[in-house]
Design a protein. Structure first.
Length: 289
């Protein structure tokens, strides 16, 4: 096309892509280009402003390695990761939330009633609950993938003093759908803000805080896998989560248990668990596959 104008270039892009071998890929990329073109037209983006955006993406490569991905951080901080989660979420069951960058495959097995805390820095927390289907029946064969930060606010991948799988585990629930384990009470923390994604936060006058949370992936035969996270209701950052991961149904009371007899039976007999201890109950409902 030789007579391109600001209004015809978007259609030209679509026309040039007519022979794309994948209709879905064409729809996504033509749609993306269309939104970018509209953004440029509506805001009259300057060469300097677009150059600054390209520079930020270029600098993102300097901060990306096997432990940190600045592009994922941009996606999270722009709300795109959370939006993708919400538009693809199951219409029923426990709400989902964002995966985050710190999940690892092949985490060690943790027995039902096991301990992730092991006397480390921070306050111990007892987590217990059940996994059921939409009719309230136990979701047999459920496996929980668990991960969280330590008492110093860092995930194992961020801290050379932690073992690589510290506070990462896989737990198989009991046949009746129940589970329990002890861990450390998670703490709120700042996402990395020393790179271009952090520069974006400062330009917007935003902070980098995430509220404390426990991550889970719940998988059971015949049910839709659930990626989610749970937040204590007393965290001061619930209404300003930098990555937009908080959902009303995932905010829970963390209470103080003072009586050992009130703990799940698999944990009550453990003398190494000091009292009082923080306690949280997670009753999870899975949607059908």
């Amino acid at each position: 096309m030789r007579d391109l104008t600001p209004t015809t270039i978007t259609q030209a892009f679509a026309d040039y892509s007519r022979n794309a071998p994948s209709a879905r890929a064409r729809a996504l990329l033509v749609g993306l280009a269309g939104h970018l073109h509209s953004f440029v037209r509506e805001n009259k983006v300057t060469q300097a402003e677009w150059g600054a955006a390209i520079d930020a993406l270029t600098r993102a490569t300097q901060f990306t390695d096997d432990k940190r991905n600045e592009y994922i951080l941009f996606s999270d901080l722009l709300g795109v990761s959370s939006l993708i989660d919400m538009v693809n979420a199951a219409p029923s069951g426990t709400p989902s939330s964002v995966l985050g960058p710190f999940h690892i495959e092949g985490a060690p097995e943790l027995p039902n009633g096991g301990d992730l805390w092991r006397g480390q820095t921070g306050e111990p927390l007892v987590v217990s609950g059940s996994v059921t289907d939409e009719k309230g029946a136990p979701a047999r064969g459920t496996v929980l993938a668990l991960w969280q930060n330590s008492g110093n606010g860092l995930y194992a991948q961020q801290d050379k003093d932690q073992q690589p799988t510290n506070y990462h585990a896989r737990l198989r629930v009991a046949d009746d759908g129940s589970f329990a384990f002890s861990t450390v009470r998670p703490v709120s923390y700042k996402v990395p803000d020393d790179g271009p994604a952090g520069d974006m936060l400062r330009v917007l006058g935003r902070d980098a805080w995430r509220p404390a949370h426990l991550h889970m992936i719940i998988q059971a035969p015949g049910h839709r896998p659930l990626i989610t996270e749970f937040f204590p209701e007393d965290d001061e950052h619930l209404d300003g989560d930098a990555v937009f991961g908080v959902r009303a149904g995932l905010v829970l009371p963390f209470s103080r248990a003072v009586d050992r007899a009130a703990l799940p039976a698999v944990l009550a007999a453990r003398d190494s668990l000091p009292m009082p201890v923080w306690s949280a109950t997670l009753n999870l409902t899975l949607a059908p596959a």
